[in-house]
Design a protein around this ligand. Sequence first.
Ligand code: ANZ
Ligand code: ZN
Length: 844
Amino acid sequence: MARFDHKKIEQKWQKRWEKERIFEVAEEGALRAKKYYVLDMFPYPSAAGLHVGHPEGYTASDIVARKRRMEGYHVLHPMGWDAFGLPAENYAIKTGVHPSESTAKNIETFRRQIKSLGFSYDWSREVATSDPAYYRWTQWLFLLLYKHGLAYRALANVNWCPSCNTVLANEQVIDGRCERCKHEVVQKELKQWFFRITKYADRLLADLEKLDWPEKIKAMQRNWIGKSEGVEVNFKIVKTEAEVEGRGATMQTSAEEFDIPVFTTRADTLFGVSYIVLAPEHPLVPALTSESEREQVAFYIRETYKKTELQRTGAASEEKTGVPLGVSAVHPLTGEKVPVWIADYVLLNYGTGAVMGVPAHDERDFAFAKKHGLSVRHVVAPPHEVSEARHEEEHHKKEIRNPIRRLADEIRNSTYTEDGVLVNSGEFTGLTSSDARQKIADALTSAERGRRQTNYHLRDWLVSRQRYWGAPIPIIYCDSCGEVPVPEEDLPVKLPDDVDFRPTGESPLVRSQRFHKVKCPTCGKAACRESDTMDTFVDSSWYFLRYCDPKNKKEFAAKETFEYWSPVDLYVGGAEHAVLHLLYARFFTKALFDQRLTAFEEPFLRLRNQGIVMGEDGQKMSKSRGNVVNPDEVVGEHGADAMRLYEMFMGDFAEAKPWSVQGILGMRRFLERAHGFVGSGETGSEEADVTAIVHKTIKKVSEDIEAFKFNTAISALMILLNELARASMPEATRRFAEESFVKLLSPFAPHIAEELWERLGHRELVCRETWPTFDPDLARDQVVAFVVQVNGKLRETMRLSADASEEDVKAHALASPNVHKYIEGKEIKQVVFVQGRLINFVTG
Ligand code: ANZ
Ligand code: ZN
């Protein structure tokens, strides 16, 4: 038998797949067949090249794609490049190499590396987001959203990285620092483009229920959307003329009245309010501020602008700064007056930008009250304390009239943030928190002092970037016409290549006169182009649609093909995209659905995330640690099939796991054994029911692939090979066994599988064969006759699975009338159980 020369085998079969265009799917004819769209998250073609983490997901999706093809589906399995982005631009700034040049080079490396692993991609559908033929449609999508009021420009306080000279999205700010360069982020007010994703908050939340996604990812999305149900409570502020004019406190003839709504999820704590606090930027602050406080208020507001949202909303333990406005607000139910403050821990753009302070039941409020000497009133007590107090009254100290009131008087120097039972809360005293929330909401509503309100934490998506290497935003500004969308026939708005893209704080595109200075498409007067580019998440959140019809010049996809392939049946990629990418893609899909451009509301029906591949030392792979594994070396030395098998054998697909050279050698040995055995005529001497073993393996491998348990599927293949090598069997059985083995192996190790298939005398490719099916009767576990005894006497025999548990066998035995009549009315003192053979009940 020939040596297992993986290089030769890989080249031979990769060439043949390519030449016969095996993995290209054409629509003609396919449109009536059942389809399966299996997608990988496309990579950013970094200068570092492919990481061994990439092929983990790619191998899994390839196994499913290959199995589906063998099951008779038309399979769309594409690959492309998330090619715009900062690293290429930063590299250009450092080295002078144009981003288009370095990106093209990186793509070439990635493509070569990915191809070397024998994935069954339809390369005729490759896309790159930096290609004008692609971003023309990114711009088209922008205009579509614009036309429907889903893209708008607004002045916004943005996170600004002074080192990268760019705006950062909230999620790119980690602990107040730029995700990329770790420089401290500051706030800056700029006109920015936004996508109105908040309009879809409720649908994005509700439709999660329809998806077969990891529960963890759904939970992260829910949390990000952050639906919060509560009440808006109006506090009235009466500013007397004395306060209005800053004159003597005796003149109170004319007075100004303001209604300040606050948003709370804890209406049950309403009687515990000891102050009201507004966000410093709240528009009513100047009007509310009393003369005596004006200076210190103005100073505090200026200080607030220097802080990022993260610094403002930090831990409760951090110092809670703030200043009083010198006015008071009226409690809507008690009429009591409480002071009004501003503090930066309250944010302007959530809820109403104002909060009722309840120090006894909220950590941040507590910290604030302690620092500023504000009162703390407990109005919710832990349920057990309330029941103890009640108990005391009934049984011991009859003289205590109202134990709940008494509890409230024991003001503790701490917070109680859980739900409980209301104390010291007027007519609501004694209610549980959840009852009280309803009753208080009703009371406020009927008194017209409040109303129920639902808020979402989700913010609109800030999409403009003051950078070069991205898709230009297709808008023109004209002095006479204002904001003018670029007419569709003028798309794409191409990135100029003569730009000095070194960052200065303004968009580099402004410096290309050719690009920036244009004629207004409406009136023809001199105008200028929007010079910001789009967040690369815009490019990468609709690419899965383009794969359906990647060469179409007239539409983003022809309706017929598009509706055939979409939505994606299986999406595989890293969990780091749990929130943004997946949420944005879902938003686009819904926006297109509303314009009747798609027939589906969710883009990815099934999602699976791979775990991270760590270095051999169990640490994250990084250049500085020197534990990075180079896929080229692994493929070169051990072969693509061994690498693919090992990626899948490492452990639970979704879990993080360390790389191991020993592990890959094990896979290599398995392949060598398969290469030596299949078609060799070599035979063992053991008697075994080979047919049953093969059927069981077909069942196991088929089911494990569906369940993403690739490691146990590979184990089953290894066991099968061992059994075959030991067994003696007739020629026909041997043929059936070997062919089944090769077919089952083929999605995992496609190159060697083709080679072995050929050796078995086939001219056709194994990847075009039919996936083997199993006979359920043969695949069933071995059945044996169990002996059931009562006190050592045979009373029954039962046919059960050889590995049935004691519990199972016991249940079956006791259910038999033959056994039951000897046991009835007696106590079972002991049970003797012999696996696969016998059960004996000993009675007293
Ligand atoms: C009174 C109260 C008492 C609160 C209590 C909590 C506990 P979620 O669940 O995130 O919606 N809040 C409301 N608007 C705010 C803003 N703009 N900036 C900072 N904090 C704000 O949180 C709602 C709670 O967050 C609200 O309920 C409010 O504090 C605070 F024992 O009101 B609560
Ligand atoms: Zn004009």
